[in-house]
Design a protein around this ligand. Structure first.
Ligand code: SAH
Ligand code: SF4
Ligand code: F3S
Length: 471
């Protein structure tokens, strides 16, 4: 049995009186209208999904939402720690709130998420940014009403980053940002400890939601008209590991696929060490599961993969791709890759380039290695200069751009299924299953519908097409 602690309905219900007291406080503070919250999310879809729960709690406290910090009565930043750049942005953006707070003393400033789960960062915010009212970590999200109420009633700043690792909280209200695309978290945390990565330290150990809770939420989303459901977790392939219910990821996919309705199932992220042939066979047999797979490889060099503690080889990764294509010739792949891991040589880097060419990804998320305090890689010798790493990075992105351009050009003349996602004054944009955007002409009333689109032209990052039929 995994070390999971499910927050009981009673524990969640204990938050309700705090929600009520906050609502009353803001009714008193803003007698002429609805108080407004500005919620900014940094980082990955896990954070986006957490923010939807935070917004759900804020809505119950009586808040409406605004994109503008100037209009807000409460500003919340849900932060990310994955790279230094992500953290620098938060430091800069929080610093910029100082003047706003001076003009508007009742403004409540809240920081949460992965970055502030790190003790040294939380302390830095607490000491150097005295206008921040509340800082809370990833493990106590469900206690947000209690924490905020404490700050309001005691008129005291507060930091709450206990290491209550292993929580799963069911039943937090969700305020979804989209009306036809939904995020559905199926697990939390990570046990893999890739040597460069901070996530296991700030998100805690891997734990899976109960399959019935996931299925129930999926059924509700389909009934509410959602056309795309993305299952979320740091390593969705290991869903259910160590839990007594015995439902693994392929089985979960089969059960969600069996829900009646017109919708697409996506999932992220997958770890190659846990992606099995059974998983690809399952996707091949489930008509609602997207034929697109995000499978981060990180490096094409076996030596670096070992140093990264990724637990697979270049050969086993390529074998997975080969097998997937043998059962689904139309499957497409995207991936994450890191350049400049400590000790990476030009030879290692060339292995990464050759893997990129060999696989032919639709697109890549490319990162320059960023040392994270407390991770093993942060203390490994790193002789390659920053300038050299930037050069390699540019070489890699140029290669991928040329491969992407070839691939999109080869799509002209084909007819493909797409979800119409955005409407501007002059055109609509639809997303293909491999996340490429195609621009079409059509009526904005088609938003949220699937359509068959004939591709007529390929530009470098976008396709142009014509709607053949609406599904
Ligand atoms: N759980 C997912 C993704 C986690 S973070 C997975 O295992 O694939 C998203 C991506 O950020 C990672 O895939 C990796 O490519 C990148 N990343 C993580 N830590 C990093 C670091 N210290 N420096 C640069 N990139 C990093
Ligand atoms: Fe980080 Fe590795 Fe876990 Fe992904 S699998 S979150 S890269 S430790
Ligand atoms: Fe960032 Fe946390 Fe996601 S560190 S990438 S927001 S899990």
């Amino acid at each position: 049995m995994a070390n999971t602690r499910v927050i009981s309905p009673e524990e969640l219900a204990a938050q309700r009186p705090f929600t009520k007291r906050i609502r009353e406080y803001y009714e008193y503070l803003c007698p002429s209208g609805t108080p407004l919250a500005c919620v900014r999310t940094y980082g990955c879809q896990q954070n986006v999904s957490d923010s939807e729960r935070i917004k759900g709690m804020l809505a119950e406290m009586g808040f409406g939402f605004t994109e503008s910090p100037d209009e807000a009565d409460l500003i919340l930043f849900n932060t990310c720690a994955v790279r230094e750049h992500a953290e620098d942005r938060v430091f800069g953006n929080v610093g910029a709130l100082k003047n706003l707070k001076r003009r508007k003393p009742h403004l409540m400033i809240v920081l949460c998420g992965c970055m502030v789960q790190q003790e040294h960062i939380a302390q830095r915010f607490y000491k150097s940014y005295p206008f921040v009212n509340l800082i809370f970590g990833t493990h106590v999200l469900y206690r947000f009403p209690e924490l905020l109420c404490g700050v309001i009633e005691e008129q005291k700043r507060r930091v709450a980053i206990p290491n209550e690792d292993g929580n799963i909280a069911e039943g937090i209200p969700v305020h979804r940002d989209g009306s036809f695309k939904a995020w559905l978290p199926i697990m939390n945390g990570c046990n893999n400890f890739c040597t460069y990565c901070i996530v296991p330290y700030v998100r805690g150990r891997e734990r899976s939601r109960d399959p019935e809770a996931v299925l129930q939420e999926a059924r509700e989303l389909v009934a509410a008209g959602y056309k795309e459901i993305t299952l979320l977790g740091q390593n969705v392939n290991s869903y259910g590991k160590g839990e007594a219910h015995g439902v693994d990821f392929p089985e979960l996919l089969r059960r969600i696929n069996a829900i009646e309705g017109d919708f697409l199932i996506r999932f992220m992220t997958s770890h190659p060490k846990d992606a099995t042939k059974e998983l690809f066979d399952t996707i091949a047999s489930c008509e609602k599961v997207s034929r697109h797979f995000h499978l981060p490889f990180q490096s094409g060099s076996n030596r670096i993969l070992k140093e990264m503690n990724r637990c697979y080889t270049r050969e086993s990764y390529l074998e997975l791709i080969r097998y997937a294509r043998s059962v689904m010739p139309d499957i497409s792949f995207t991936s994450d890759v890191i350049v400049g891991f400590p000790g990476e040589t030009r030879e290692d880097f060339e292995q990464t380039l050759s893997l990129i060419e060999e696989v032919g990804f639709v697109s890549l998320f490319t990162f320059i290695y960023s040392p994270r305090e407390g991770t093993p890689a942060a203390v490994m010798p790193d002789p390659i200069s920053a300038e050299e790493k930037v050069k390699w990075f540019q070489e890699m992105t140029a290669l991928q751009e040329s491969l992407s351009a070839k691939r999109t050009a080869s799509m002209v003349g084909k007819t493909v299924k797409a979800l119409i996602e955005t409407a501007t004054d002059t055109f609509l944009e639809a997303r293909l299953s491999d996340n490429i955007i195609v621009r079409v002409q059509g009526d904005p009333s088609l938003l949220g519908r699937h359509a068959m689109v004939n591709i007529t032209e390929a530009k470098s990052w976008i396709l142009i097409g014509e709607i053949e039929s609406v599904l």
